[in-house]
Design a protein around this ligand. Sequence first.
Ligand code: NAD
Length: 295
Amino acid sequence: MTASTIDGKAAALALREQVRDEVLRFRDTTGRAPGLAVVLVGEDPASAIYVRSKGKATREAGMESFEHKLPADAAEDELLALVDRLSADPTVDGILVQLPLPPQIDASKVITRIDPDKDVDGFNPVNAGRVAIGLPGFVPCTPLGCLKLLKAERGRLTGLDAVIIGRSNIVGKPIALLLLGESATVTVAHSRTRDLPEVVRRADIVIAAVGRPEMVKGDWLKPGATVIDVGINRIDVGEGTPRLVGDVDFASASEIAGAITPVPGGVGPMTIACLIRNTLVSAARREGFELETSL
Ligand code: NAD
């Protein structure tokens, strides 16, 4: 069997176009564009690239992008004051503080300070709680992207066995809660799980969010399983530029799986598309604007 490849790039493009159409209507109706504020502290090159691409995607969707840069030695109070200003600013619908933050700043304090109704990254404990008990809030972008890819591939997830490898607060745990909300039977595996291959073999749906290059092998999979690979790992192949691979060994997994996301081009592009989506949803809630499509 050769698995079909789940095209995250195409799905992300479709979502971004849908958001752009809604943004046009939003602007006509309310007379303003939805706004996303992105805060970068320091010069981390990977973070700078993420921030730039988030700004670009925001503008391409017809939204306003507010970019704030603080120096690497900025004090925690300075960042908290900026977060307070953005939380109070009516032109800002979404606030995202790019992680990681420098060591003198307590990231959880900063995230907790963001107005939960503008927390489009979904990392504020209020939104984590809302996701846990099924209240409307903001779902973190990568888990939301995974859910959208899964539903497009499998339709209803009711009763399916899902195994999530990884229990981080930003990926593994929220995905587990979302799949539970879809009535899947959810197992969360992690670094202390015994006989991981055997656990994974039960799954109709496998989500790998570990951060270990090509750890999940084809012979761990149930034939026909749907595999969502969240991992982004850079491996040195000795030719200067590192190669990007996921947490799943794509070559062997695609012999057994029914469908699988590639890395790159799978979950990654959906993350930014969901950020744009969350920002529009925030703006719509704040203005009482009714969206025509379910995003
Ligand atoms: P993390 O390091 O916070 O969590 C990793 C999890 O994997 C932990 O819960 C740990 O228990 C588990 N784990 C570690 N070793 C294991 C092992 N040998 N067997 C089973 N479980 C093991 O990582 P994270 O932030 O959740 O990210 C996971 C991966 O997803 C990383 O590669 C990261 O780069 C990637 N990621 C991608 C996106 C995206 O947009 N596609 C977004 C966020 C994270």
